[in-house]
Design a protein around this ligand. Structure first.
Ligand code: TXA
Ligand code: MG
Length: 320
């Protein structure tokens, strides 16, 4: 299969929608990262996602829908889930809730669990594709399993060329970090994955604290494997003084010697966590491409979006 990056025009969206309806794969931009989509009701098509990514079958997928009305046939949404959907959909929030039996989704989407993850993306192209196809679209991030998530169409092509019918190019993703995942399987909502909506905003809507599930517990996001988002280089975190010549990822104001170069990138010179999240994966890819054995990463404050940024950095740095 040739690389098939196409600009996002109405005819490109129709072509991608047709590919999905015919059981093929189409990569598309969302406000968080690019997704690798298939018809969520077609088990053969969903199986192709796992094959294209090299993804373990025990790791379930997020189902993308236009909004709350389209989500309710698939899952039992409790009062807290409805409140969160109302506050944040369309947007970078994924809700995990009990799956309705006979809901028509492929069992593979849930990887054998009795829950399903649902999200209504805000990106125009993602919405247009959902509507043009008339489908619920199962879509993980459009990278090979364990690699850094793609925030540009070229990143998708670098990982998946030849494994996907169409890559819709919508330019760089605005948020740059994956959706926040909240589990609503029980009374108490759980933060299954920190992400593009900071926990503080979700807690404000819920009116109470969001607990993280116990590590290795049954309710942990199955895809929350410790090593993930992995560049080739070893990441050294919390480094204030990089080794001479070591590529480094800075954050915030740095002194005169800290001006950006090819091997010294700054996630956000002004110290904005939003800007840092948007740059994170593209900068990690760029520094990794230099081929050095290690990359030094500056400390990032662990508040707001910093929780998701630090989560991805820890996974990228985990031994493998
Ligand atoms: O922003 C995003 O969420 C992007 C875009 C494309 O929407 N998608 C994304 O998908 O990040 P993926 O597959 O890379 O990560 C989805 C995570 C995985 O860690 C998976 O284990 C978890 O969601 N997940 C999916 N279904 C689940 C379920 N039923 N219960 C618990 N975790 C689930
Ligand atoms: Mg992923």
């Amino acid at each position: 299969m040739a690389v098939n990056i196409i600009k996002n025009t109405p005819s490109a969206i129709d072509r991608a929608a047709r590919a999905l309806r015919e059981g093929g794969l189409a990569a598309f931009p969302t406000e968080t990262v690019y997704g690798l989509g298939a018809d969520a009701a077609n088990g053969v098509a969903v199986a192709r996602i796992f094959a294209a990514k090299g993804r373990p079958r025990f790791n379930p997928l997020i189902v993308h829908v236009a909004g709350l009305d389209a989500a309710t046939p698939f899952a039992v949404l409790n009062e807290q889930a409805l409140r969160l959907a109302e506050a944040f959909w369309p947007g970078p929030l994924t809700l995990v809730a009990p799956r309705r039996s006979g809901c028509g989704l492929s069992d593979l989407v849930s990887a054998g669990l009795d829950t399903v993850a649902l999200r209504a993306p805000a990106h125009d192209v993602a919405q247009a594709l959902i509507r043009a196809s008339g489908l619920a679209i199962a879509a993980p991030s459009a990278n090979r399993s364990g690699h850094v998530s793609p925030t540009r169409a070229e990143h998708v092509a670098a990982d998946l060329a030849g494994r996907v019918e169409v890559i819709l190019d919508g330019g760089p993703c605005a948020a740059g970090i994956e959706s926040t995942i909240v589990g609503l399987m029980e009374e108490e909502p759980l933060l299954l994955r920190p992400g593009a909506i900071p926990r503080e905003r979700i807690e404000a809507v819920l009116g109470g604290p969001l607990r993280r599930p116990a590590e290795n517990g049954a309710l942990h996001a199955p895809g929350g494997l410790t090593s993930h988002y992995a560049p080739r280089a070893v990441l050294r975190l919390g480094v204030t003084a990089p080794e001479p010549g070591e590529p480094c990822l800075a954050f915030g104001a740095v002194g005169g010697a800290g001006a950006p170069t090819e091997s010294r990138l700054n996630l956000s010179p002004s110290g904005s966590l939003e800007e840092a999240a948007a740059n994170l994966f593209a900068f990690l890819r760029a520094l990794d491409a230099l081929g050095a054995p290690s990359i030094a990463v500056a400390p990032i404050p662990d508040v707001g979006l910093g929780e998701a940024i630090n989560d991805r950095l820890r996974r990228a740095a985990a031994p493998r």
